[in-house]
Write a protein that binds this ligand. Sequence first.
Ligand SMILES: [Zn+2]
Length: 540
Amino acid sequence: MISFRGLELHGKSIWNHRSIERALETANRYGLNALVLHESDFTTEFLYPKPLFDPDATWEGAPARRGENALQNNQAYMRDILARAKRAGVEVWIENIEITFPDELLEKMPELMIEGKVCPTHPYWAEFLHAKYLDLASTYPGIRGLIVSAGSPEGRASLSQKKCGCARCATTPLASWYEFLLSAIHEALSRKGLLMAVREFSYTADHQAAIAEAMAKLPGDLISCMKNTPHDFYPTFPDNPLIAQKTENPKWIEYDTMGQFYGWGAFPCMMRADIERRITSARGNGVDGVLLRVEWERVNDWWSLDTPNRMNLHAAAVAARGLRTTDAELFRDWLEEESIDIAPASEAIAMAFLADTWDIMRKALYIHDFVFNDSSRFPLTIRRAWWSMRSKHSLGEWFPERRADMDLDAGKLESYLGEKAEALASLDAWIGKLGAIDADDAKKLPFIAGILDFRAYILGWQLTGTLCLLAEAITREAMLAERAAIRERLKAAIDEARAYTARLETIHGESAKSHHNVMLADPARVKRLADECEGLLLPL
Ligand SMILES: [Zn+2]
């Protein structure tokens, strides 16, 4: 059994005690033993920190920290969460990104800014972080530990952002800088008996190597925490190479059950097989902690506890306990939790469909395993679609032998278009088979009742995939011979996309879809891609 089994809240639900109660109940039900509260700038929300800022200071025109009543509220709220979690027998961990700091710090220490940019290598940061984490440990003794992303480009200041142009930043190796930050935090936390996990959140392989290099020089009790796949939660990617790395540090892995890259649970996607394989393999590599995300900070009012993706959370919790389950067991349990009572024959058909959903989602949202989707949404522009696959979320960055897959030629074009058509054909075949489900039972299952929304989503992927692939093909010198034919296919694809956009706008106008569904199957994005493609046809 994996000893640390955390449920990670990563969004607004952290600030709602009803959501906290629900998360704690879920943790108890699924055998998870930790609650992880994750916000990028979280500590700034409930620490001043002391003694840098005096909470009792009288105002000299302004409070020590802006919004002192909110800070007082958040402090009381944190204590309440800690008490609730303690009653539920669940540990509480804080997760954030460093360096983060309140704005007032820049007024107190103006030397932290160099030519208008925050300098991440200023020696004062060690002192600041040390004081902040001593304050955290003293003010909230119930917190078990900290999971910190040090140096991510998503931090408020980071050397990896390459913003500050000072000589120190230019000459400080990334690994030394990570060591500088992490040792200051670790010294403060370990002095007070808190544990610390360092989250590797690298966009590129060289940044990952720098974190690993820094960890090798730091104390062995630091936990090394990593996503199950490199950079982000892409289920088509091989395992994060760091998982197999030999190290004296304890290792934890993270898995996203909200479904940032597989349809958010707005559309069904059973990931049990992937979850089981990855967690079992990680255990074989000495991993002793799993962190299961149920929410994504960029989307409000949405988490896997309220979608069929809760089955994925359940699957991961079972795998973390070293046990095995089946799609059928997960589905049965989910039906019971949702108080849905359907005939065994309906259950069997719906379960078989669920087991096939990842294959449909994979072929639709990815191009030959490359991340074609924009966090499950259609690409914003053609340029961004290719930038996502070749650069931002690049499979080739981590597995260079795959880079050439993105050099389109006639054979690859047909293969990649075929993948999209297969996704749609597979779903259409299922829509036929799902007709055998009793009509009353079908209404009770949200992912069957909403199957036409799922079809519209998958059709959108087929159309946007076709537009983006043909738009790339028409500009490639290597495909000059096919250009005239591609041009005709692109014209037809634009017409199809326009008809789809009009239908989808009507559907959205006539029914009250949640903003999540509209974001995922967004006609405006398809229209933009069609407009862009039309622009490409003009000069030819
Ligand atoms: Zn600098």
